[in-house]
Write a protein that binds this ligand. Structure first.
Ligand code: 3HC
Length: 286
């Protein structure tokens, strides 16, 4: 089994940029694709800024930063993924968009043995595997935010995924410095199936006027030693992503605890998406 040396990452938002950064810092050649030239340049700036922070905090040297940046290339043409051995899609949490990207990658990536992984938070992997001609080489590889910090990757084989694909994905996760757990191909996998109902309960507490965001957050931070309370965490994840994940969970299980509360939907509609838009349950500097 040859280790992956040529990785592709599609989408350079919060998650894609983190995945690309971690891979480049671990010695892997990474090609990043975004929808437009403008978005690809924004992705490059995001990754560069993150590495610069790393240098300032003494996490990596200037030389390591320069070497990692040299391993990254950017494109707005999925055709440039042709020579990749492994591609991770990290585009918006939307079933149709993800299916379109996976279908296009299946056509673009020349090596029929290459693996297509999805960083979906909640969409069943098999639904994405069956849109390709290579369902045995489609797998879920779910990272956590912020990617450079969180140690976990959920590795989710679909019913169609081969053992070889699982082995290679596990190997890649290790080379990215992550620990993999095997998770079932059901909406939310392991972590989001447990985490999301808790986050939604906190939103309902705010919605009903039972408690204020800061009291809820401080309660969980000081009382349970969580690094951040549920509403601060929602702001970090992005309210649009959290709402989309809740929708997928609800669609799968039809349990009221997964249904996105009206307040969450209204905040998404208003563009109050959390840190990335400067306003969510809290406000942030640009
Ligand atoms: N990139 C790189 N490093 C970062 C970072 C980033 N974006 N954000 C924080 N860090 C590093 C800092 O450099 C610092 O490192 P150091 O201690 O070695 O100097 C360390 O993380 C702590 O950062 P800060 O001191 O700035 O801030 P905090 O102590 O408040 O930590 C946090 C910030 C790491 C975000 C922490 O609050 C945390 O772990 N929160 C929980 C996050 C979580 O639960 N993530 C999972 C979300 S669910 C998900 O992603 C799944 C999806 O499908 C929805």
């Amino acid at each position: 089994m040859d280790p992956v040396t040529r990785l592709g990452v599609v989408g350079c938002g919060l998650m894609g940029s983190g995945i690309a950064e971690v891979a480049a810092r671990n010695g892997i050649d990474v090609r990043v694709a975004e929808a437009t030239h403008h978005a690809a340049e924004a992705g490059r700036r995001r990754i560069t800024a993150s590495m610069d922070r790393g240098v300032q905090r003494g996490k990596l040297s200037q030389e390591q930063r320069d070497q990692a940046l040299a391993r990254l290339s950017f494109t707005h043409d999925l055709g440039d993924m042709a020579d990749r051995q492994f591609v991770i899609e990290a585009v918006a949490e939307n079933r149709d968009i993800k299916a379109d990207v996976i279908r296009a990658l299946d056509k673009a990536v020349e090596d029929p043995a290459a693996i297509l992984a999805t960083n979906t938070s909640s969409i069943p992997i098999v639904d994405l595997a069956v849109v390709t001609e290579r369902p045995a080489q489609v797998v879920g590889m779910h990272f956590f935010n912020p990617v450079p910090v969180q140690q976990l990757v959920e590795l989710i084989p679909a019913l169609t995924t081969s053992e070889e694909t699982v082995r290679r994905t596990h190997d890649l996760a290790g080379r990215l410095g992550k620990q993999a757990i095997k998770a079932p191909d059901r909406s939310g996998f392991v972590v989001n199936a447990l985490l999301v109902p808790y986050l939604l309960s906190a939103v309902r507490m705010v919605e009903s006027g039972a408690a204020r965001p800061d009291d809820i957050d401080r309660g969980m931070e000081l009382g349970c030693a969580h690094p951040m309370g549920p509403l601060r965490l929602l702001d970090l994840i992005g309210l649009d992503t959290a709402s989309a994940v809740a929708e997928s969970l609800y669609e799968e299980f039809k349990e009221p605890l997964y249904a996105p509360p009206a307040l969450l939907r209204r905040m998404v509609a208003a563009g109050h998406l959390g840190r990335k838009s400067g306003r969510g349950f809290y406000t942030y500097d640009a």
